[in-house]
Design a protein around this ligand. Structure first.
Ligand SMILES: NC(=O)c1ccc[n+]([C@@H]2O[C@H](COP(=O)([O-])OP(=O)(O)OC[C@H]3O[C@@H](n4cnc5c(N)ncnc54)[C@H](OP(=O)(O)O)[C@@H]3O)[C@@H](O)[C@H]2O)c1
Length: 318
């Protein structure tokens, strides 16, 4: 799909934001990186933000830092959610439904990447597919009715990696038991997240529901993404390379903030930085490879994801 320029030469920036007072955003993986920076930007406009993080201490520190910046009245809270454990996702969703009456956007931001050696979650998933795709698939399903009642959105943070690696979902060997590579398995997990997002757009339209789903990517951003998971070689390589080719985590957060707030965005689009192979630069529509829009593969993935998470969505295929 050929991208259009919607936001002018400078692209979308937080300068486009109006007051967000009264709105509530729920975001996964918000104690660090792009998720933390998105939280900062949303708070700066008066929004309430609920962070869904796995680590209590890091979350407490993040909250203290944010309250120092925005004052003790800043509307920021934390629900513990380990996306590597589906039971934790279920518990966290129950807590959200009890504590958060309105969800203007659920931002699926958290991820792990470039996991050096194959790791399997307690639910039996290759770790990146489990954390990045299956956990968010379940979380979105569990919170869907609340988001719909709020007229809210789901934002899926993808990656240009979706069109690298094997360029398909490896249904016959989802966990890469044969020929595991850090890159191919990460690429599959981001493709799965994006296929889910575009399939949900189609199903929501068919069902006449109100939820809007948008997909973005942060380009190349200086965050902690590879710190705990990648091989030593890849960590050193990225720490050097990122000084030259990547942008700040703050700019990396702009596409997800835009997708959570901006009016007039479209389905079947990918939003993110538009320069230097979509790694940096003004935020706008980016090229979207047709493989992410493959309906047959997306339906197969949806059915499989329902089985793997033991959760059945009310949304039906087109
Ligand atoms: N940085 C880039 O250049 C780049 C490029 C393309 C796409 N992305 C995407 O951008 C998004 C944000 O990543 P980032 O670059 O900001 O990385 P980051 O700095 O590593 O932040 C990732 C966040 O996800 C959390 N997380 C990881 N595993 C989790 C789990 N099991 N349960 C709950 N939370 C978990 C992390 O928590 P901990 O602090 O506890 O680890 C952290 O808060 C991701 O979707 C990533 O795929 C990033």
């Amino acid at each position: 799909m050929n991208p259009s320029k919607v936001f002018g030469p400078g692209g979308w920036t937080p300068g486009n934001l109006k007051s967000l007072t009264g709105k509530t955003f729920v975001i996964t993986g918000a104690n660090a990186g792009a998720g933390f920076e998105a939280t900062r930007t949303l708070l700066s406009k008066g929004a309430g933000v609920v962070m869904m993080n796995r680590n209590r201490d890091k979350s407490q520190t993040a909250i203290e830092n944010l309250k120092q910046e925005f004052g003790s009245e800043a509307n920021i809270s934390f629900v513990r959610c380990d996306l590597a454990v589906l039971d934790s996702v279920r518990e966290a969703a129950t807590e959200i439904l009890t504590q958060v009456p309105r969800i203007d956007a659920l931002i699926c931001n958290a991820a792990i990447a470039q996991v050096a050696k194959q790791e399997i979650t307690v639910d039996g998933f290759e770790s990146q597919l489990g954390v990045n795709h299956f956990a968010h698939f379940l979380l979105c399903g569990l919170l869907f009715d609340r988001i719909d009642a709020s007229g809210g959105r789901i934002v899926v943070v993808g990656s240009n990696a979706y069109k690298m690696g094997k360029k398909r979902i490896q249904f016959a060997d989802l966990n890469f038991d044969k020929n595991y590579t850090a890159w191919n398995s990460y690429a599959q997990s981001k493709l799965a997240q994006m296929m889910f997002a575009y399939e949900s757009q189609r199903r929501i339209k068919t069902a006449g529901k109100r939820v809007q789903v948008y997909v973005c990517h942060p380009g190349a951003s200086r965050t902690n993404l590879l710190q705990d998971t990648a091989s030593r070689f890849n960590r050193i390589l990225w720490s050097v390379l990122s000084r030259f080719i990547a942008q700040s985590a703050e700019k990396g957060a702009w596409p997800e903030v835009m997708c959570a707030t901006e009016e007039g965005l479209k389905s079947e689009r990918l939003y993110g930085p538009t320069r230097r192979s979509q790694t940096v630069g003004p935020i706008d529509e980016c090229p979207l490879a047709p493989l992410a829009l493959n309906e047959q593969e997306a339906n197969k993935l949806w059915t499989l994801s329902e089985q793997k998470t033991s959760f059945t969505w009310s949304l039906q295929p087109v």
